[in-house]
Design a protein around this ligand. Sequence first.
Ligand code: SF4
Length: 225
Amino acid sequence: MSHIEQKRLKALRRRLRAWFQRRGRALPWREASATSYERIVSEVLLQRTRAETVATIFPSFIETFPDWQSLANASEADLEAFLRPIGLWRRRAKSLLAFAQHLKANDFVFPKSKEELLKWPAVGPYVAAAIAMFEHGQSAALIDDGVARLLDRAYRCRTRADLRTDAALRELATSITNTRDSRTLNWAVLDVVSAHCRPRNPICGGCPLAVHCIYLADVRASTTK
Ligand code: SF4
């Protein structure tokens, strides 16, 4: 069962879209001309790293490795050198290379099914969702620690510590982003996390989830006691 009824869900999506129009971040992989390759690579790099940090190396990375073919043919050392400024460079280089080489061995064709994708090297639920959305044009939910924090604060939806196996969290995130403009809604949610729902001292003023946020209601109740 989703934590939000349909009417509230639609209103939430409207608020997210309106917020994103005003405050969404302009990032290189979000430009209209960005390819699905650029968008998928960006999501791999964005895990555990701020978008603004990834954006500092992204244009030169894409200039040097403009497609899956060039990435599959890269050396691990070259990739590490590029990725060093954003941290976790060894792990990221290994993952990107393993994935690109696997894709090359598959004639650069992505599997359509999520189950099949999850068997590929370096693919977890987050990257599988990115591929579904950017490569296949499907709706999907990008769920990282920040998104999990936001949804749990707003709706108290978490049932497990591991967000990969938290069915209630995944169902809620999916219900919000299961639309034709899934991409926009995912970007909006990620940007709301960055702008408002930080790990400490969330900035709740202007947050599009504030109307029904349980965490905020609790804070308000405790300060009026
Ligand atoms: S209202 Fe505050 S705590 Fe609730 S989701 Fe928004 S930023 Fe997070």
